[in-house]
Design a protein around this ligand. Structure first.
Ligand SMILES: [Zn+2]
Length: 298
């Protein structure tokens, strides 16, 4: 009897905490629902994120597949020990036909896996001119296709590196941009090989001109740190929402759009009077320079 009662108490206590946890999880989800709207039609463009160096670099490789033809590309497969098992499993099971390697820029944590990947998948490499073993560097605004339905446009965005290229993938109305270390959710890359004028052009002319519903897939999961900085610079609803979302979700890639970035990314708000007042500059390039300097010192 005693045992039964204790068991019942334990059971009901666990059930209650499970119930409470479920409510908590659901309410978090409710308050921090992704802002990006998913199209209602069945998507043919399938994007699989492959996290790499979790806890240190927090990089992402992306496997993009045209579901109809299975034609696929792998973007920035920098750490072969984490990427190759996925590629092998998916190719051997007949789920994908890998046709290209794509690199967003030459840094080791993006293009450093090329030599090893080529040993297993001897494929052309599309990327910036300084990427290891690159086959083709597409010119700015040039296009190629994956399968029958995905159109890819190369967008040159030199600054983080001079060979940085963002890749816009379009499948009908479904749009995704792979931004490497140029644009992060709520932030941007360091100006290693370029200057504020170039980053202003990359973010606020080239990427800002993409349709607002283009989903953003950056090269790293840096959102929490970016929000921490954004909150010091500006207080708006979009930054508060991004803060909530990044606290509740480990991964933020593909959950926000170019339209969202224009609201919560301070580097895309160089014309915001509050930011201009804070940095004491009005010229957008000077504001960009001041913001990057503050972020680098933060
Ligand atoms: Zn980089």
């Amino acid at each position: 009897m005693f045992l039964t009662t204790t068991t019942q108490v334990i059971l009901s206590t666990s059930l209650m905490s499970l119930f409470a946890a479920t409510i908590k999880r659901n309410s978090l989800k409710f308050f921090s629902a992704p802002i990006a709207k998913q199209p209602v039609h069945a998507r043919a463009m399938h994007i699989q994120s492959i996290p790499m160096w979790e806890g240190t670099g927090n990089n992402y490789a992306y496997l993009v597949t045209d579901d109809k033809s299975k034609d696929s590309v792998i973007i920035d497969p920098a750490n072969p020990s984490e990427v190759l098992p996925v590629l092998k499993e998916r190719t051997e099971s007949g789920n994908i036909k890998l046709s290209k390697i794509i690199n967003t820029h030459h840094h080791h944590d993006h293009a450093g896996g090329n030599v090893e990947i080529l040993k297993h998948f001897p494929l052309p490499i599309i990327g910036g001119k300084d990427c290891d073993k690159v086959t083709t560097t597409p010119s700015h605004n040039s296009t190629f296709t994956i399968g029958d339905s995905i159109k890819v446009t190369a967008l040159h965005t030199p600054c983080h590196t001079q060979d940085s290229i963002c890749f816009l993938f379009e499948d009908g109305s479904d749009k995704a941009v792979f931004t490497g270390d140029t644009l992060f959710i709520g932030g941007c890359g360091r100006f290693f090989e370029g200057n504020a004028k170039e980053m202003h052009k990359a973010l606020n002319e080239i990427l800002a001109s993409l349709p607002d519903d283009t989903r953003v897939y950056p090269g790293h999961e840096y959102t929490k740190g970016n929000v921490r900085f954004a909150k010091k610079v500006l207080d708006n609803d979009a930054i508060r929402k991004l803060d909530e979302y990044s606290q509740a979700n480990k991964e933020t890639q593909g959950k926000f759009t170019i339209g969202d970035e224009k609201q919560h990314n301070v580097f895309m708000r160089v014309n915001d009077p509050n930011i201009q007042a804070l940095v004491g500059q009005e010229d957008p390039v000077e504001v960009m320079k001041a913001l990057r300097g503050m972020k680098d010192r933060s």
